[in-house]
Design a protein around this ligand. Structure first.
Ligand code: 5GP
Length: 182
């Protein structure tokens, strides 16, 4: 597995420290409110599990799956809901938990779509921001790290379903995805 990795982008210990800070901030901001964390499958699962345990107030957790890149590393711009929420969000505070924002298309679609369902607030918590590639404006309320325009894997992020189980976040060697095709 490690022969496919170019260099470490964010270490596991830096991730844990930042996630703890984010959790404390979220707990402060949502104290006394009905908070629903909405994790976006599958990339956010590891981040969501760590983040939720750093939020020291009662929270509910639910998940959505959307199609974004499919098997490719470039965005098609088409977003489709593959799995919807089980919880109803009317009158509640929703916090979308996502692994990475790149063009912004996925989050933009999700925020707009959840806002039509009558929640009190919809906010966004993202671990990584590839800000150089943004195509549409998305307000990120809680951010872990800004990263350069390179393909990241690990800590939940995959390439063709692999590397999610790495504890650190790495840059994948470009030859790995050019060799195998997009
Ligand atoms: P956006 O709609 O903002 O362009 O893309 C967001 C989605 O694209 C993320 O949820 C993630 O699935 C995927 N993505 C974007 N950049 C990367 C990256 O560097 N590594 C991985 N593994 N996925 C990425």
């Amino acid at each position: 597995m490690h022969q496919d990795l170019e260099r470490k982008l964010v270490s596991a210990s830096d991730i844990q420290a930042r996630v703890a800070e984010m959790g404390r901030e979220i707990a402060r901001d949502y104290a006394g409110k009905d908070l629903l964390l909405v994790g976006i499958l599958k990339g956010s699962t590891i981040f969501m599990a760590d983040l939720a345990r750093q939020i020291d107030i009662p929270v509910a957790m639910d998940y959505m799956a959307v199609s974004s890149y499919g098997l490719s590393t470039t965005s098609s711009g088409v977003v489709r809901i593959l799995k919807d929420l089980e919880e109803s969000i009317g009158g509640r505070h929703v916090l979308i938990v996502e692994d990475i924002v790149d063009t912004g298309l996925t989050l933009n679609y999700l925020v707009e779509s959840l806002r039509t369902r009558g929640p009190v607030t919809v906010k966004v918590c993202v671990l990584l921001d590839k800000f150089e590639r943004r195509k549409v404006d998305v307000e990120v309320d809680y951010l872990g790290f800004l990263i350069p325009d390179e393909f990241a894997v690990g800590y939940g992020l995959d390439y063709r379903e692999r590397y999610r189980n790495l504890a650190d976040i790495w840059v994948l060697k470009p030859e790995v995805y050019t060799k195998q095709g997009e």
